[in-house]
Design a protein around this ligand. Sequence first.
Ligand SMILES: Nc1ncnc2c1ncn2[C@@H]1O[C@H](COP(=O)(O)OP(=O)(O)OP(=O)(O)O)[C@@H](O)[C@H]1O
Ligand SMILES: Nc1nc2c(ncn2[C@@H]2O[C@H](COP(=O)(O)O)[C@@H](O)[C@H]2O)c(=O)[nH]1
Length: 426
Amino acid sequence: RPPARGGAGIAGSRRGSERTPGSSHLLPITAYFMGEEAPEFRVDRITLGSKDCQENAIVVGDKTYVIGRTDDDSKSSFGIKILDKLTQTWIVPTVLGAQPPSKSHSAILINEEKILVVEKGVSLNDSIWFLEIDTPFVKQQRKIKGSEVVSWSKGVLGVAQKPVVISGPSGVGKGTLIAKLMKEYPSKFGFSVSHTTRSPRVKEIDGVHYHFAGRSKMEQDISEGEFLEFAHVHGNLYGTSIEAVESVTDEGKRCILDIDVQGARSVRASSLEAIFIFVCPPSFEELEKRLRARGTETEEQIQKRLRNARAELDQSNSPGLFDHLLVNDNLEACYENLKKLLSLDDDHKDSDGCFIEDGKATACYSIMSKTESEVFLQSETGEVVKAAANLLAVDLSSLTGGAPGRTRGLKIHSINSIDNCLKGIR
Ligand SMILES: Nc1ncnc2c1ncn2[C@@H]1O[C@H](COP(=O)(O)OP(=O)(O)OP(=O)(O)O)[C@@H](O)[C@H]1O
Ligand SMILES: Nc1nc2c(ncn2[C@@H]2O[C@H](COP(=O)(O)O)[C@@H](O)[C@H]2O)c(=O)[nH]1
């Protein structure tokens, strides 16, 4: 809200079956059917076995994941089915996460947790996806739902600066400080727009200050793993959707979260690496004065917020929770201190780790082979292999995140010749 505004718990598969290292491999579904007896499998409108790889079957232990494409009248989408070899049954899993564009693709098993899917006919930036089949998030969701789950996660080149979590009691000036920061550095920082069940204040805009949401829809989205954190604050439900944070980061900006202490605790416990700042008032009396002067709450609400403020101030010293405490006495002085804190954190300098000049150009790569940490992609645009960009290596050694957000830390570089590529494989 700059400055209007601001959980608990991110979300992990049953994996009973044994897997022999090296037993996983990629094969066309047709080959699978030819080689082994399989139960009847009817998928309406999945294109099977074409040269364009509109479907793949990937064997992981006792399961075969079939990633296909279904077309209905208006659009095509991915269809995923799992063949359980032990029970000889087909399972249709719940598929979480935004799915790839679904044109045509190639796929390969990266490890027992995820499958790399490379889309063709879209920009390189949009072409790399992971289908998570047994990551901690998928395991957790499987437990919650009591049924089979898989989840998409988009691969993003490079790493971003750590998000900044700002907490502190209501009325201390978090929103005011954030608004100053966003005004001075509009291209550097982006605000994580939270969801809340509270009613909008005058001048608050849906989608800008908050996503104002109905409780049942918000609770459903939380149960489906869409939230990084959520909390009941001053009688309402507030939460940070994963999309709120990822969309800021996708724009190349550093994400600022204005959330309460419970939310900060949840983010600390999540996989999101962030900087945590607690903003204190110079005194309790001054806090009360600011809350009243803002004039946005009823007397009853002010009393509730002040009661909660005492508890939040008590928790500001919780070991390992906040990295920095800032006292907001004089606004300008506090803002300067905030800026100092943020520029000190340069351990994650902006870098996209990408050596490809134009990630926006349409790409048509398919998976050629893989080593321990790299996957080699070959361009299908025609020309022979001599052009550098015809062969790409995707370095998967430093991936971070994953479903239910993005998989970041991809590095892609071009390979000069097929010989270099083969050397990598040998
Ligand atoms: N250093 C300061 N000195 C005096 N007033 C301040 C100072 N900082 C902020 N204020 C004022 O205090 C009021 C509360 O500030 P703000 O709305 O930014 O608080 P907040 O921490 O974001 O509250 P909430 O958690 O309820 O969203 C505002 O009217 C703001 O103008
Ligand atoms: N845990 C979360 N807390 C949040 C979130 N968004 C805002 N907040 C906090 O709520 C209070 C009240 O905000 P207000 O706009 O009603 O005054 C404040 O402390 C915010 O920091 C959220 O997504 N998660």
